[in-house]
Design a protein. Structure first.
Length: 197
């Protein structure tokens, strides 16, 4: 297994560790809050850094593999949905935004599998890139909110929650637009027209 794929595996490992870290205060009480937020930050930053590096390394050194083509988007979907499930469970992510993003992620994963079966890639678009940036921004803001709410109670929570809500809806909108753009491009290309039914 090459380095980019090892980094993707590392990202997959960080996902359940992030979830466990998030749940520590619920399982062991307030005494686990400090270790919880530290572990969450470490897991999130490690996952995002590995996501950034694996693609760059694979393209730069021509280390793109069939396993990597499948595992990387799967790791992205698994990590984002795990992060967002935690934020939704804490009540800081709107249910509508969570549902839209969850449906989009599973749908695009399904489309990618269909296209790979035809030996074709799903090309990136501006909305997909915007979605990625918004996912990262809203995840960082959410983790900061979780950290601050543990240690700095106060009036700041209401305006911060409003900002988070707006950002989550923007992320959901970008995810929806990126999916419709992908789907439209695939339909226009007729790449799947020869598929047996």
């Amino acid at each position: 297994m090459n380095l980019p794929n090892k980094l993707t595996v590392l990202r997959l490992i960080m996902v359940p560790v992030f979830f466990i870290s998030f749940c520590l205060p619920q399982w062991f009480g307030e005494g686990a809050e400090v270790i919880s937020v530290i572990m969450m930050l470490v897991c999130y930053l490690t996952a995002e850094l590995s996501d950034l590096l694996d693609g760059k390394i694979a393209r730069k050194y021509n280390l793109v593999t069939d396993l990597g083509k499948v595992m990387d988007p799967f790791a992205d979907t698994l990590s984002h949905l795990t992060f967002f499930a935690c934020f939704y469970g804490m009540g800081i992510m709107p249910s509508l935004a969570f549902i839209i993003i969850m449906w989009r992620e599973f749908s695009i994963l399904f489309l990618r599998m269909l296209m790979m079966g035809k030996g074709k890639a799903v090309a990136a678009n501006i909305w997909g890139k915007s979605k990625t940036v918004l996912y990262a921004v809203v995840s960082i803001l959410s983790i900061v909110y979780i950290v601050m709410s543990h240690f700095i109670p106060g009036e700041w929570q209401n305006p911060y929650s409003l900002v988070l809500t707006v950002m989550f809806y923007l992320a959901a909108l970008a995810s929806l637009l990126s999916f419709t753009t992908y789907l439209s491009a695939i339909l226009k290309s007729r790449a799947l027209s020869g598929m047996t039914r």
